[in-house]
Design a protein around this ligand. Structure first.
Ligand code: PAF
Length: 282
């Protein structure tokens, strides 16, 4: 597995693969890899000849009081894990390479109707940071396909919208959420949980599945369903529920009763540790 720090070297390699008629897949990450990331690599390996993984903790998508500084940087362990799934290359740009003119630069901003709600309402500017870095990574790597997990459902919709509206020639692959056996969605931030919090954490998924079941049975009282869900999460021991909403899977606006497709999105937290999860019903 090759490790690239320089953009020209990486591009030369990708061009070389392309000239051999090979299809190149790409998994952007912020490192601190877990089985969910590895499953993205494996998924792309079924559709591509070569898979590149980038590791870059993107300062532009963290707010001033968020965990940019303490976000775990675990390059050695990440490299070992990527070796086990036979990834072909790791791209590790520096902040200076990514943002040579600082963070006050050209920004890719997907419409506020999609980025201003849910996560975007709580983390202003977050999605501008995500779409800008993903656009830059796509330009640096120039992959044929790129995989994103559905756990960050709003992020996926933002990137799908950017790729569509900017006609970016990359095919997006959406991967199902990887979960621990007890249902907790895998996330790099699970490492922040205490033993007690880790035991409560899977309830988030249970509550979402209960709502999904109610929707499947024809219940359309969204207000009551989310109210009961929030109450049970707080009773289970979460410190706060940032949101629990039943939304349209494309626009992420609140669902209306005559819809048949839903995404139930929630964030529940322990202190500063926010756990995201969602269930898609379509
Ligand atoms: O999901 C992530 O890990 C990040 O938001 C991404 C897509 C790598 C952009 O920094």
């Amino acid at each position: 597995m090759r490790i690239f720090e320089s953009i020209p070297d990486l591009r030369e390699q990708v061009l070389n693969w392309r000239m051999q008629g090979l299809k190149v897949g790409f998994v952007p990450t912020m490192g601190n890899l877990h089985a969910g990331h590895l499953s993205l690599v494996s998924l792309l390996q079924t559709q591509c000849d070569k898979v590149i993984v980038s590791i870059f903790v993107n300062p532009m998508q963290f707010g001033p009081n968020e965990d940019y500084e303490r976000y775990p940087r675990t390059f050695q362990a990440d490299q070992q894990q990527l070796n086990t799934v036979n990834a072909d290359a790791i791209f590790v740009p520096t902040v200076e390479q990514m943002y040579p003119h600082g963070l006050l630069q050209t920004v890719i901003s997907v419409p506020y109707s999609l980025t201003g709600l849910l996560e975007g309402a709580i983390r202003p500017g977050h999605f501008d940071g995500v779409s800008t870095v993903v656009a830059k990574l796509f330009n640096m790597v120039q992959p044929d396909l790129a995989a994103f997990g559905q756990k960050d459902y709003q992020q996926l919709r933002v990137i799908q919208t950017m790729v569509d509206e900017l006609t970016i020639p990359v095919t997006l692959v959406a991967a199902p959420i990887s979960r621990a056996e007890d249902g907790l969605a895998l996330s790099s931030r699970n490492k922040y949980l205490s033993v007690e919090q880790r035991a409560i954490a899977p309830k988030l998924n249970t509550v979402l599945l209960d709502i999904a079941q109610a929707l499947k049975s024809g219940n359309r009282d969204f207000k009551a369903l989310t109210k009961v869900g929030i109450e049970s999460l707080l009773l289970e021991g979460f410190d706060a529920v940032d949101y629990l909403q039943i939304c349209d899977p494309l626009t992420l606006l609140n669902s209306t009763p005559n819809q048949s497709k839903f995404v139930i999105l929630a964030v529940a937290s322990f202190g500063n540790t926010r756990l995201l999860d969602n269930v898609l019903l379509s």
